[in-house]
Each structure stands twice: as C-alpha cells, then as structure tokens.
Design a protein around this ligand. Structure first.
Ligand SMILES: *Cc1c(COP(=O)(O)O)cnc(C)c1O
Length: 498
C-alpha cells in the first residue's frame, strides 16, 4: 500500500456518510479510518457500518461523527505478521489499524496481504525432481547411498569444475568434516570471516578449536585481505598460526580470492571455502567453491537450489572426498562385520534427497539468472532512492544475487533499519538484517577479531544492511509489492531524517 493509498483511507469525523461510501468504493479496501484531528483513531468504518446506519434511518448527509465511538482492535508498530494474523483470527476481522507510539494511526494490516506472505528465499522446484524421487522409490533406493548420491556428486563436481564431491546431510556437516580432514584438533586456531551465518563457525567449536574472526572489506562484503594479513602476522608472532582459514562467500558473491589466497599460501595455511551461499557464482571466470583445498556447498531450503536439507564437500584430491564419505558413514572400515578404528559421523545424504538435488542442479543456471533479474528489477525501480546503496559486485565477479542486499546510508542506520524492516513486516514481507557478525555474538565472546583498515566494516554492514525477498520464484506482482512498500518505508525514513 502506498502512502497515497493509506492517506485515502483516512477520513475526518466531519465527512458525511455519503462521502464515506464513495471513499469506501474508490479505495476498495473494505475499511476507512475515522481520525480525530490529532491523528488518533476515533473508529473504523465498513460497508456494514453504513448499512446499519441506513437501517437506523441515519441520513446519508450526516457526518460520520454521528455514529457511536468505537474501540476497534489495533496493533502496535512493532506488530509482526504472526501477531497480526493471530489477532485477525481471534476477533474474526479482516483489518487491523496500526497505532504508532504517539497513539496515531500509521498503517493498516489487511488479512488479504498477511495471508499472501512474501518470503525471503523460498524453495523453487523444477520439473525433474519428482521423476528422480519416484525413481528412488521405484528402485527402493531410499537409504543413504545409492545411484542418485553418486550421480549428484558426479554432476555437481562437473558443474563446478572440481575433481570430486561428497554428498552429506548439511552444509554445516560438510564444514565439520572439512575441518577434521584439514587436521583441526582441540586447541588449534581456525580463522573465519566474521560476517557470516553461524553454520560457518559452529564446527570450529565441534572440533574444540579456537576461532579468530576476520572482518569484511567494503568492496565485496567478504573477507578483508588487509585484516587477514594483520591476523596472520599476529598469529605468527604468537606462535599460533591457524590450521586453516574459512573464507566465506556471502549472499551469492565470491570473496576476492586473488588477494586472499596468496596470503594464506605465504604462511602455509590451508583454505576452506564456505560456498554455501555462492553455488552458481563465478570469480574471474571460475566457478565459486573450488578455490580452497576444500570447498563446501549447502542445499538448505533457503539456498539457491535445495534438497530440503543437504550439503556437499568438494575437493580436487580424490583422497579427501573418499575420506569425507568414510567419516560421514560412521567411519566404517571395509569389512563385512563393521570394523571401526576412528570416530565417525552419520552425515551422509540420502538417495531420495540426492534425487531432488540432481533435478535442482539442472535448473541452477536458470535460478541464477532469475535471482539476478530480481536484483536488477529492484535496482532499476529504486534507482531514485539516494539512501540505498546496493551490495557491490566488483569487475570480474559474477554474483548469483542469492539475496538482494543494500545498506541504508546516513546516520543512525541501525534504528532506521529496524523501522524499515518493521514496515515491511506489517505488510507480510519477509526482509532481514544482514548477518550479525560472529565477533558480536555472545557465543564467541572473547574470540580475537581483526577489523579492516578503515574500521569495523562487518559491524557497519550489519547495522545498516537489509536483505530483500529474492527467491527465483518471486512473481512480478510480488516484486512490485515489495518495491511499493519499501518506497513507502524509505519515504518515512527520509521524513524522519529531515
Ligand atoms: C547455510 C549456510 C551454512 C550452513 O549450511 P546448512 O546446510 O544450513 O547446514 C554455512 N555457511 C553459510 C555461509 C551458510 O549460509
């Protein structure tokens, strides 16, 4: 709903019943808001109210102030869509005026809008997945392992141009195995990008190792080479060079590998590439995920392609993939009687889910094109918004735009970001802040942190950053709804800043 559409719903107590009927017809939302001169809500007005007034012989030239005052059900500006839905259901109503902290009506939640929620990134299945899943059922290959697991590994490795792949139950499981394969032991140090999802670094704790966090650079939002260099110098002085560096590729975009990899090489430190969010992206013509000694993808429900849940570990060294498969199946030795000499995990992907993955892989390039199109549309439609700075895509990078992200420019970005998010939420649009950096998380309190040369970049990106709905299955109507609502929120933001 635009600001103009909202304004058209607001009428003064002096408005006549006839004028109200005309306003109800022209706005078509089924409700008007009768406001006191100071903006407080006097009552709502529906077709039913007007019909009842007519039956009670109230003349249609009377002002609406003739109708009794009312205390309609309302919600505060911090009301979530779930809270709004619950109130609508509880009171069996279809609209909910939103009251700001000053007691004025600032918005309306509508059942129609709330029930058509726009998700941040929802699964998007193609046409071939069911055929693969049916094949798994028909051949009774429901267990982990099976032809689709092998096929998915082969096909993904070929897609990414990496030698070998091991399919596992999640991206987090793949990172855990990768750390073990790189020899991470209790007490070891592991470097990781600070601006990421916790799945990148929880496995450091599984291994009993100590995380050290490295800031982002403004150019890519990914690991800052300057910060990494200082972190490595420090680690060498302290005699605790990391066992590996986890370089994360955020929101569909690769980190600047040409700047980061030589630093790791100089210190002889292995790289684990967390490409959970960047499957389908390219860096200087090469597929994202193949730059480290080990790379990891995720097929969680919100990722660019999904198996509902799953992950993949990739490496050029066949022995690494082979060992990953072994550790993922309880570290069984090749003996009929289940011989075990080391700790293993139940991390393998099932054949059914691998079937879904094979179908999804066939539409991956299409999904990339669709996500990029969503981004282009936002950028084009919001080109006039001076307070919006889109996540950059430097020359030579090809992001999938897994999520369309921007930062709000100007002062007090954190509080303003929350107001924008709440405004979208009231209209059932799922947007999110950019990841809260790991060095700010209570879980990792006390972990060393190395900021970028110009200051704490990841903290500012978190403070000012917003991720918009970006699914490859967003309809043009849904995109228009997000744009319209965002425009309104940004206009309010500008007014508040002025
Ligand atoms: C999603 C994600 C993971 C974890 O993957 P799961 O499959 O959800 O376990 C790890 N790192 C990043 C950056 C992610 O976005």
């Amino acid at each position: 709903m635009t600001a103009e559409e909202f304004a058209a719903l607001c009428v003064a107590p002096s408005c006549t019943l006839r004028e109200a009927l005309a306003a109800l017809n022209s706005t078509g939302r089924g409700v008007l808001l009768v406001l006191h001169p100071d903006g407080r809500l006097r009552r709502t007005l529906t077709d039913g109210d007007l019909r009842r007034a007519a039956l009670n012989h109230v003349s249609d030239t009377s002002p609406v102030s003739q109708l009794p005052e009312q205390h309609p059900i309302t919600i505060g500006t911090d009301g979530t869509y779930a809270a709004g839905m619950a109130l609508l259901d509880k009171h069996q109503i279809d609209h909910l005026p939103v009251i700001d902290p000053a007691g004025r009506v600032s918005d309306v939640m509508f059942r129609r809008e709330l029930s058509q929620r726009i998700w941040l990134s929802s699964p998007h299945l193609g046409e071939e997945e069911t055929a693969f899943v049916e094949d798994a059922f028909r051949t009774n290959w429901i267990a982990p392992l099976g032809p689709h697991v092998d096929g998915f590994e082969r096909e993904l490795a070929a897609y990414a141009g990496i030698g070998h792949a091991a399919a596992v139950s999640s991206g987090t499981a793949a990172i855990h195995l990768a750390l073990l394969l790189l020899g991470v032991k209790p007490g070891d140090t592991v470097f990781c990008s600070s601006l990421t999802f916790v799945g990148s670094c929880n496995p450091i704790l599984y291994c009993g190792a100590q995380p050290v966090f490295v800031d982002s650079e403004p150019e890519t939002w990914n690991m800052s080479p300057a910060a990494l260099e200082r972190a490595l110098e420090w680690a060498q002085r302290e005699g605790r060079l990391p066992r590996c560096v986890i370089i994360v590729n955020l929101y569909g975009q690769s980190a600047d590998m040409d700047a980061l990899l030589p630093l790791c090489e100089r210190y002889g430190v292995a790289v684990l590439e967390d490409a959970a969010e960047s499957l389908g992206a390219q860096y200087k013509g090469t597929a994202s995920g193949g730059f480290g000694r080990i790379g990891v993808y995720s097929f969680n429900g919100n990722k660019i392609i999904t198996t509902s849940g799953g992950g993949m570990l990739v490496a050029d060294d066949p022995a690494v993939a082979e060992r990953a498969r072994k550790l993922a199946t309880q570290a069984r030795e090749p003996a009929a009687h289940y011989e075990h000499v080391e700790v293993g995990f139940n991390y393998r992907m099932s054949n059914v889910l691998a079937g879904i993955g094979r179908g999804q892989l066939r539409v991956l390039d299409q999904r990339v094109a669709q996500r990029r199109q969503v981004f282009d549309n936002y950028r084009k439609e919001l080109a006039d918004q001076s307070l919006v700075a889109w996540m950059p895509e430097p020359e030579g990078f090809r992001s999938t735009r897994w999520l369309t992200c921007f930062t709000l420019q100007g002062k007090d970005a954190g509080a303003r970001r929350d107001l924008v998010l709440r405004s979208l939420e009231r209209h059932s649009i799922e947007a999110r802040p950019v990841w809260k950096p790991m060095h700010q998380q209570p879980l990792f309190r006390g972990a060393p942190y190395f900021p970028h040369s110009t200051g704490d970049v990841s903290a500012s990106l978190f403070e000012a950053g917003i991720c918009l709905p970006s699914g490859s299955n967003l309809t043009p109507e849904q995109q228009a709804r997000v744009i319209e609502q965002l425009r309104r929120a940004l206009a309010e933001d500008r007014r508040a800043a002025a």
